[in-house]
Design a protein around this ligand. Structure first.
Ligand SMILES: [Fe+2]
Length: 274
């Protein structure tokens, strides 16, 4: 992971830019401090480093499409850099990315951010935006009644995160079973079964709940349902261009339920791009 990637011209005064870069460098040092002799654990640290790097990139693309103020762009980048900070400690302590078997990684991340005080010199309102967006980033439903800015930042990180997880897991599905990283699909069974409750959510146009998942096919179907929880036209356009939906569909058994879920999700994306 290169430190240079985060260097931007987001701040208009030199002091602020220096402060911003010093925050980013401290966070990057923390991220790079996780190493393991176990190659599987190391692979997962690397995976989250690379994921974080790409989510910073996608967040920036979405933020630019929304023509945000410079300060807001900086907040977007800090949120992206910090959104999965809890994943490293989660992998180190519990050797899993499955929150239900360990801890909610967003809440763990918020604890780490507070303990490390990386952002404690930023104005209180910025700290609130960052903490709230990170807390919201992995929740099935975003908390209601958030203020307009918290809602904006939460939606951007949720979109950017989904785009990269889609890309990452779809690439993983194309590998031979024995080479796959099971931690990415939460250790779910790779069986043909598809759970009715997951199908129901997708066909009804609702994002499926991780708690409903029993197999890798459920996971794939859940990922199709993510299109109902994407917020910005730019995000839909990336998802469309990268053909995530078709690739997920191609990797699933061709049952009536799967056809119906795919058809509806495809129409949903097309409608967002008009
Ligand atoms: Fe996350």
């Amino acid at each position: 992971m290169k430190k240079e990637f985060i260097e931007t011209e987001l701040f208009d005064t030199e002091t602020n830019l220096e402060h911003y870069n010093s925050i980013c460098n401290k966070i990057l040092d923390y991220i790079m401090s996780f190493n393991s002799d176990n190659p599987l654990i190391q692979q997962n640290y690397n995976l989250k480093r690379e994921h974080t790097n790409r989510v910073v990139g996608y967040s920036e693309v979405i933020a630019r499409s929304l023509k945000l103020e410079k300060e807001d762009e900086m907040i977007v980048q800090l949120i992206a850099l910090l959104h999965d900070i809890g994943r490293f400690e989660q992998m180190s302590q519990y050797e899993t990315f499955n929150d239900s078997e360990s801890r909610d990684h967003a809440e763990l991340g918020v604890e780490i951010i507070k303990e490390k005080k990386w952002i404690s010199h930023l104005p209180d309102y910025i700290q609130d935006y960052i903490i709230s967006a990170i807390s919201n980033h992995n929740k099935l439903d975003m908390l209601k009644n958030e203020n307009e800015k918290v809602s904006l930042f939460s939606k951007i990180i949720r979109d950017a995160d989904k785009i990269d997880i889609l890309d990452l897991t779809i690439k993983e599905y194309s590998k031979p079973a024995k080479n796959r990283n099971e931690k990415l699909t939460l250790g779910l069974a790779d069986k043909p079964h598809i759970s009715k409750s997951v199908v129901k959510s997708v066909v009804n146009g609702k994002p499926a709940d991780k708690k409903q998942l029993k197999t890798v096919n459920d996971f794939k179907l859940m990922q199709i349902s993510w299109v109902y929880d994407v917020n910005y036209k730019k995000s839909f356009s990336i998802i469309n261009k990268m053909q995530f939906l078709k690739q997920l569909f191609d990797s699933l058994p061709k049952t009536d339920d799967v056809f119906e879920a795919y058809r509806k999700a495809k129409i949903h994306i097309e409608n967002q791009l008009i």
